[in-house]
Design a protein around this ligand. Structure first.
Ligand code: NOJ
Length: 499
């Protein structure tokens, strides 16, 4: 494995949504052996590492983000032996492997919730906090005659991090996976572990659709920072530059910055581009704003356009052909930015949000809010591997979410080696992507984004008019039409000759 210093500062990490990636045993759910069988594909794609969403035993009320045992593998996904084999194979191919840790809440089927009830947050009367998934954040427990807190589903009771037994348990859990050779952790809901000790009411009215936690005053408490300084020391005490990546869900990067000071988390997701529209000025301002806020603490912003919680990019950008073109252009912008990039499985195929019948939907958000939010199933539909094969090569059985019948053309088999395909665009871009160095904006026509990284120039046309390419040798284009001109919704990479 490459031992470059601070490898994570410009790595590309690929998110594997385990239940939808590859199924080895025909039960319709992806699993660890399935991932193992596809490692050569990931190596060939050119990513540096993988982030696996939770594969721990779980009743599945939030598809694995309700963990019933932090130190085992759900039998539907495999065994600890399979996990060890996956780590060994990934490392042999030079791929890092990061696992998801879910410390804010457990499943209500975790033994702690039955046997060690003081590990959770209880109150005699609920406060006014809403659950992120809709409805109140409190559920009455008949047996105890008290209310327990759940920022997410009622089946996900929140742990009380003010109880010192909780951090002690999690230190042991981190050590368990570090000893098994993981290269780090993605920390779920990293900003919310400690709640306001007095559990005071939030100021109403609450924003109903905000994915961001900017408005919650009861979280983002100072006590979380000493915890992460301790986790940083722990992770850094292991060899091999392992990393902590925080899911710190604020839309304002200035609120993410305190989590990535040099002695805390190595990285945190920067979700700003995830919610940005296709507009040159806004994209530039968002990129600059993230770099300024995080650069101030010596951190490097990460870049994310897709994950398992949000609508697929082509669909967000307009849908249909315009959405697909914009998403391909955005891929070249994304991979030209300095700093780590997170890709979500299927993004490299240009997958669009799948349309699902209501009876096929599985996401609790959909059920709990009766469609007030759309649910997250459309971006979680399994990966189409093979055009023409049963289950598109994802499974020999019946996939847990149906794949759209017309996905043959976007399957890996159909795009592999096909000139002009989105998959080949990602492969080329990952191979040519600049590493290290800063970013310099260049002047360009209105509605353009033109930036230089070393000798590479990236030009993106976000306007409605074509414009001439900047100087340089054309090395990669998001669309075959790009020659001397850049059409609307396309992008190009150019190499400048010796200056
Ligand atoms: C963030 C995860 O990405 C999401 O899928 C999950 O529902 C919540 N955290 C709660 O764990």
């Amino acid at each position: 494995m490459a031992e470059s210093k601070q490898w994570w500062r410009d790595a590309v990490l690929y998110e594997i949504y385990v239940r939808s990636f590859a199924d080895s045993d025909g039960d319709g759910l992806g699993d660890l052996q399935g991932i193992r069988s596809r490692l050569p594909y990931l190596r060939g794609l050119g990513v540096d590492g993988l982030w696996l969403t939770p594969f721990y035993p779980s009743p599945g009320h939030d598809h694995g983000y309700d963990v019933a045992d932090y130190v085992d593998v759900d039998p539907r996904f495999g065994t600890l032996t399979d996990f060890d084999a996956l780590v060994a194979d990934a490392h042999a191919l030079g791929l890092r492997l990061i696992v998801d840790i879910v410390p804010n809440h457990t499943s209500n089927e975790h033994a702690w919730f039955r046997e060690r009830r003081d590990l959770y947050v209880w109150r005699d009367e609920p406060n006014n906090w809403p659950s992120t998934f809709g409805g109140p954040a409190w559920t009455f427990d008949e047996e105890r005659g008290r209310w327990y807190l759940h920022l997410f589903a009622p089946e996900q009771p929140d742990l009380d991090w003010h109880n010192p037994e909780v951090p002690a348990e999690f230190e042991a859990i981190l050590r368990f996976w570090l000893d098994r050779g993981v290269d780090g952790f993605r920390i779920d809901v990293a900003h919310a572990l400690y709640k306001d000790a007095e559990l005071r009411d939030e100021v109403e009215p609450f924003p109903v659709t905000a994915f961001s936690s900017d408005w919650r005053a009861g979280i983002d408490r100072p006590e979380v920072h000493p915890l992460y300084r301790g986790w940083r020391r722990l992770v850094d005490s292991y060899p091999g530059e392992r990393v902590l990546v925080g899911e710190v869900v604020f839309s304002d990067p200035a609120r993410v910055a305190p989590y990535v000071r040099p002695d805390e988390l190595h990285l945190a997701f920067n979700f700003t581009l995830l919610f940005e529209v296709w507009d040159a000025e806004r994209l530039r301002a968002t990129i600059n704003g993230s770099r300024a806020a995080l650069g101030d603490v010596g951190a490097t912003p990460t870049w994310v356009l897709e994950n398992h919680d949000v609508t697929r990019l082509p669909t967000r950008y307009a849908g249909g052909e315009p959405g697909r073109r914009r998403a391909r252009a955005a891929a070249l912008l994304l991979l030209a930015l300095p700093g780590p990039v997170f890709l979500y499985q299927g993004q490299e195929l240009g997958l669009e949000e799948a349309e699902l019948d209501d009876e096929d939907r599985q996401d609790p958000i959909f059920f709990r809010t009766h469609g007030a939010r759309t649910g997250r199933d459309g971006c979680r539909v399994p990966v189409p591997w093979t055009d023409g094969a049963p289950g598109f090569g994802f499974t020999t059985g019946s996939p847990w979410l149906p794949l759209p019948a017309d996905w043959g053309g976007v399957a890996v088999s159909a795009q592999s080696g096909a000139a002009g395909s989105t998959l080949e665009l990602y492969r080329r871009a990952l191979a040519l992507r600049p590493r290290g160095g800063g970013l310099a904006w260049r002047d360009g026509p209105p509605g353009s984004l033109v930036l230089a990284r070393g000798d590479l120039t990236c030009a993106v046309n976000v306007s409605g008019e074509p414009f001439p390419l900047p100087p340089g040798e054309l090395v990669l284009a998001s669309d075959p039409s790009v020659q001397d001109n850049l059409a609307p919704d396309t992008a190009a990479w150019l190499r400048r000759g010796a200056a």
